[in-house]
Design a protein around this ligand. Structure first.
Ligand code: SAM
Ligand code: SF4
Length: 329
């Protein structure tokens, strides 16, 4: 699959549910309306849809959400998709999780062929963790991290940089992650969906964070890539890797290799644009994959050049109405 700008599409993110057991302040409003259950694809349909993308050249799959591990029987899907690793059709099967259910599932994920996972963690302070997730328990996430380590999974921590909330804690989080052999990636908050607070009060440019970290640590750019949008540095003092995902301060769309499909079978060609293609109708219209394959090709043929994110006091509206938890992070 090649898009109109010549970018090969080899990476699919699948949001298996828009529901979550947390309500992170930058991600969701406290009172959310979720997609009606009747609109969801079954796990069998998600397997068929995802496998059609693998047949069309997707080499890397990330299962996400919402919180993917709260979807009932989700391990079945991981085991099914694991077959593509065995045939060599797929290079990597991975997931992004808030960690709350990992203690229960880490060993089984490893069993299904998952080797690396991203765990989102915005603070190491239990009270602050409760504040930012509204409903989360840091102890459970830490237990999840331990279980993932014990299962031999390679972990990357994802931290959304938030002004006045965790900016002073970033050096400590870096030392913690690297001390535990985990990579750390910092993310700029993106204007996706209505939340209760004001994003201009949360937004912290990573250019500022990097400059500050540079006063304390020796950061050297390295060409390391994981297939996602992060740019990495190596930190001399810790020997670990630190990634920066900078949708606001440094646009990375020119190298975009990704598309996203939601739990209702909607394909989004860009996280930051409204345009989408319905794949549920062609998926259900016949048992063969021809209609589906045509619908995917047609959609990839209109993948936009990039997002137009802005966070400032004049721009009150989010870039797109849907939350990150719908499209999948
Ligand atoms: N629930 C899982 C988790 O938190 O890891 C997976 C889905 S979550 C939407 C994926 C990632 O998106 C998380 O790292 C989260 O911090 C990040 N995220 C959510 N809303 C965001 C926003 N508005 N801007 C930037 N990152 C966001
Ligand atoms: Fe849930 Fe992840 Fe969104 Fe937090 S960032 S509310 S854990 S989907």
């Amino acid at each position: 699959m090649i898009d109109p700008f010549g970018r090969p599409i080899s990476y699919l993110r699948v949001s298996v549910t828009d529901r979550c057991d947390f309500r992170c302040l930058y991600c969701m409003a406290e009172d959310m309306t979720f997609l009606p259950k009747r609109d969801l694809l079954t796990l069998e349909e998600l397997d068929r849809l995802t496998s059609a993308f693998v047949d069309k050249g997707v080499r890397k799959l990330r299962i996400t959400g919402g919180e993917p591990l709260v979807r009932r029987n989700i391990m079945w899907l991981f085991h099914q998709l694991g077959r593509h690793l065995q045939t060599g059709a797929l290079e990597e099967l991975t997931l992004t999780s808030n960690g709350s259910q990992l203690e229960r599932f880490a060993a089984e994920l490893a069993d299904a062929g998952v080797r690396r996972i991203n765990i989102s963690l915005d603070t190491l302070d239990a009270d602050k963790f409760k504040t930012i997730t509204r409903w989360g328990d840091l102890g459970k996430v830490m237990a999840g991290i331990r279980a993932a380590q014990a299962a031999g999974l390679k972990i990357k921590l994802n931290t959304v940089a938030l002004k006045g909330f965790n900016e002073a804690e970033i050096p400590e989080m870096l030392r913690f992650a690297h001390g535990e052999g985990m990579d750390l990636t910092l993310i700029e908050t993106m204007p996706l969906g209505e939340i209760d607070g004001d994003r201009t009060e949360q937004y912290l440019p990573l250019s500022t964070v990097r400059a500050r970290l540079g006063e304390e640590f020796t950061l050297s750019d390295i060409p390391y890539k994981t297939g996602g949008p992060a740019r990495y540095v190596e930190v001399a003092e810790t020997g670990g890797r630190l990634g920066f995902i900078t949708p606001l301060t440094h646009n990375f769309c020119e190298s975009c290799n990704r598309v996203r499909v939601t739990c209702t079978g909607t394909l989004y060609m860009c996280l930051g644009q409204e345009d989408a293609a319905d794949l549920r109708a062609p998926l259900r219209a016949s048992e063969g994959n021809e209609l589906l394959s045509n619908a995917i090709d047609e959609a990839i043929g209109r993948k936009p050049k990039g997002h137009d994110f802005v966070i400032d006091r004049q721009t009150r509206k989010p870039a797109v109405g849907r939350h990150m938890s719908v499209t999948g992070g």
